[in-house]
Design a protein around this ligand. Structure first.
Ligand code: PHE
Length: 497
């Protein structure tokens, strides 16, 4: 049984006592002694919602004088004044010319029209009535109507609807207002309700510290709130949902003890790929996949790094690896490109701080030659991070990612084996969403071929996750493009993060 508020109890009690007669707002105001209509209507509608009452809605139209109507009340309707003039002059003087002289042009034109409507005809330039009595009667009836609504709103009924129709066709004489009159009756469920439920009780409508600190709330009733009741959605300024998500990710990593790093969009192929032991003939390095720049076409890379990457790529350098073989091309390393992943930021961070343990993260934009569709964009963001310290390990990596996703609200995380040229072991991270496992990104422990040239012996836990995939999930989007369309209507309705 839906709980009733005190006001609803009061109204239902009255509806039950009315003996089947529907009660309107005024009846209920009188009987409750309340002064606010909104209270009566709110409670009565609440009862209808809960099916303890039914509502009858009568639409009605009311009329009152318009600005011209008020003038007509004082000076008479135009047809009345014309008729008065006509009867005050001799029949042979009732000419159009005389009429034009006696009345302003703005009145004589429409006036003649009105008289014609009342049966006047023009014969040799003079106005003649076929039945002047009838015309005068009709004018009298119109004047009476105008006087009858002088200071009231008159209900439109069958008996006056013709004259109302007449005046609504004339400018500003009357104004018509549509209104709905409601009345309520108790339903069978309302009549059957045990009277106990109608006893008004003290209800707590708002929890204050005072109430909560005491014990008295234990015996009190709480005012029921319908959290499903329709309410207007307040629209105001808000950050873009993607920005809110980035801010939340930041907050989570900062809370987990990570520091934030950033980097440039423009990088050398050396740092973006060679440093990560991505072979120089890897398909992802071609123009089809990567945006290479024309300006600048190349970027200088430190000789020392170029030599080390060459060593590791050709023969494994001082690691136990055999490298990729072939010959390393330093010119390939110098090619300028738009970073294809934010892993370039983390490797550069290690290169800058090789002997300092670090836990860093960054959320940054990356660029790949992708055909735009429902799940792909050529620009998107990655959530990147590393743990670089002596005891870094795969369990530590997995726990970190689990912790991160559970703080974001996704506690079902699983990892699967994967492959990246720069990590061993490599894993793919998936989260459970609506019964499906969704892949969110890659992770692993950097290979010695990566860490050794960077100047560190410590293991590095590394990950790079998709931001937009996570955003689509959290915001319930089917199409990644919705995130970037400047449609304020759609954006304003996206959930707050
Ligand atoms: N850079 C990889 C990508 O772009 C993700 C990744 C980062 C994988 C770090 C392993 C380690 O998808």
């Amino acid at each position: 049984m839906p709980a009733l508020e005190n006001r609803e109890r009061r109204i239902l009690a009255l509806l039950r006592e009315s003996g089947g007669v529907a009660l309107g707002v005024q009846d209920l105001l009188d009987q409750t002694g309340w002064t606010d209509q909104a209270h009566v209507v709110g409670a009565a509608m609440g009862l209808v919602e809960k099916e303890y009452a039914s509502v009858k809605e009568d639409e009605s139209r009311k009329v009152r004088l318009g600005s011209e109507g008020i003038m007509a009340l004082q000076e008479g309707l135009l047809e009345k004044r014309l008729m008065d003039w006509l009867t005050s002059v001799e029949p042979e003087q009732r000419t159009m010319a005389a009429l034009s002289a006696a009345f302003d042009k703005s009145e004589s034109g429409p006036g003649v029209g009105l008289l014609r409507g009342l049966g006047a005809v023009i014969e040799s330039g003079a106005l003649v009535f076929s039945d002047q009595n009838r015309a005068e009667q009709e004018i009298g009836r119109r004047m009476e109507f105008i006087q009858s609504i002088a200071d009231t709103h008159l209900l439109v009924t069958d008996s006056n609807k013709d004259i109302v129709a007449h005046f609504t066709n004339r400018r500003d004489l009357i104004e018509v207002e549509n209104s709905i009159t409601r009345s309520w009756k108790a339903s069978q469920a309302g009549l059957d309700l045990n009277p106990e439920n109608l006893v008004q009780s003290e209800q707590i409508g708002e929890l204050t510290p005072d109430i909560l600190q005491g014990e008295s709330w234990r015996d009190k009733e709480f005012k029921p709130f319908d959290i499903h009741a329709p309410a207007p959605i307040p629209l105001g300024g808000r950050p873009h949902p993607l920005q809110s998500l980035i801010d939340r990710i930041r907050a989570v990593f900062l809370e987990m003890g990570f520091s934030e790093i950033t980097g440039n969009y423009v990088q050398s192929a050396g740092w973006n790929m060679d440093a990560l032991f991505i072979p120089q003939d890897h398909p992802a390095r071609t123009m089809q996949d990567t945006f290479y720049l024309a300006e600048p076409e190349t970027i200088e890379v430190d000789e020392h790094h170029l030599r080390q990457w060459a060593d590791v790529h050709e023969s494994g350098g001082s690691t136990t690896s055999q490298g990729w073989g072939g010959s390393f091309d330093a010119n390939e390393s110098k090619k300028a490109l738009l970073r294809t992943h934010t892993t370039v930021n983390t490797v550069r961070h290690i290169a800058d701080h090789p002997s300092k343990p670090s836990r860093v993260f960054g959320v940054g934009r990356v660029f790949r030659q992708e055909t735009i569709d429902r799940t792909h964009l050529p620009e998107f963001h990655q959530i990147e991070g590393i743990i670089h310290e002596e005891k870094a390990s795969l369990p530590m990596l997995i726990t970190t990612l689990r912790t991160f996703y559970s703080k974001m609200g996704y506690s079902d995380v699983r990892v699967r084996p994967a492959y990246f040229p720069y990590t061993e072991p490599s894993i793919e991270v998936e989260i459970l969403w609506r019964g499906k496992w969704l892949e969110l990104g890659g992770a692993g422990i950097f290979r010695p071929e990566v860490t050794q040239p960077l100047g560190t012996d410590w293991p590095v836990c590394a990950w790079g996750m998709g931001l937009e995939r996570l955003a689509m999930l959290i915001l319930g989007l089917e199409d990644i493009r919705e995130l970037y369309q400047p449609d304020l209507e759609i954006l304003s309705k996206m959930p707050l993060l």
